[in-house]
Design a protein around this ligand. Sequence first.
Ligand code: MLT
Length: 408
Amino acid sequence: MVKVNENYLKLKAGYLFPEIAKRVKIYSQSNNSSEIIKLGIGDVTEPLPKACRDAMGKALNEMGTAEGFKGYGPEQGYSWLREKISDHDFISRGCKISPEEIFVSDGSKCDSSNILDILGKDNSIAVTDPVYPVYVDSNVMTGRTGDALINGTYKGLTYLAINEENNFLPELPQKKVDILYLCFPNNPTGATITKEELKKWVDYALQNNSLILFDAAYESFIQDKNIPHSIYEIEGAEDCAIEFRSFSKNAGFTGVRCAFTVIPKNLKGFSSTNEEIALWPLWNRRQSTKFNGVSYIVQRGAEAVYSLEGKKEVRGLIDFYMENAKIMKNKLQTAGYKVYGGDNAPYIWIKVPDKMTSWDFFDFLLQKVSVVGTPGSGFGLSGEGYFRLSAFNSRSNVLEAMERIINI
Ligand code: MLT
């Protein structure tokens, strides 16, 4: 008799975005679905940069020739892409990250879950609250938590609240934690962290032999020059942190799929006999066994992000979405909403009015003005009373959605 992974039975409800999609589907069955404006899931809407399309087209044609055809590529990614990433994203910012330390993949969501393959089951784990749900759910699925409590949190996880009182910056854990998930610019709150604040986390991790899993998928949206783009801008981070990056949001690759994870060669964990074990060979082994790499065509597209033309176009996309964020923030603030985020991140984090719950406000906006956002409580207990709007949409949709909301 086949047994299932019972950890899945501990999961609360559906994954947040499918749950939203379900409610929207029900609503659209009895309403005019063309009226609905979706500012829920952070999915890009603008066309792919021409530089990337040209590079992918060229690569596709190359694959149609006997000389240019490619079969399996390196599981870690092609060296020409890893070199570009190392130079442009790290060396240029003073971070000593070599091409070998970069593993190209098909997404940060998968990498931030798959990384658990190389980490022991007994590690204590801390996440912020609210948090990108994938970090929590992937720990639940792999049996690293206890059961869900009535309030939706899981036994065994340490939750670090981020809220208005602490400016959406978590406090260091009171007790020793082995693995810390940090995401900056933050999804969902849009908050950022300064170098001084981030240094406290790196110091904590170094002192406690902890590992920071740093999700920097939104780094390209940073406008303020003093905010770090990479955790490796902080001294010592190569000894205590893994970083996740993505081409999804900057170059519009959500449907193309390309990302990368940085595992410094120096980074160590420990065996049960307290022997130091480098994480790089473990991840390399994991990827070589379970992953066949990202397609040649897509990697050529990602490489074009670093060309002169590509950089210009990506800048244009980011400026466009950040202008959306600015419009949204200004309009909502003028209408009396308390609004956070949106300055260095494509997410606007709104305080829900009139003591409504986050899901009440979701239903209210959907029913009243056909606008879809994401309930803050879907990101965790401390997200209750908040609501996330994504700046990823066309200008006309953003303007229309704001008009509808402020005129309710
Ligand atoms: C979100 O809306 O939070 C993002 O789409 C998450 C993701 O990139 O997977």
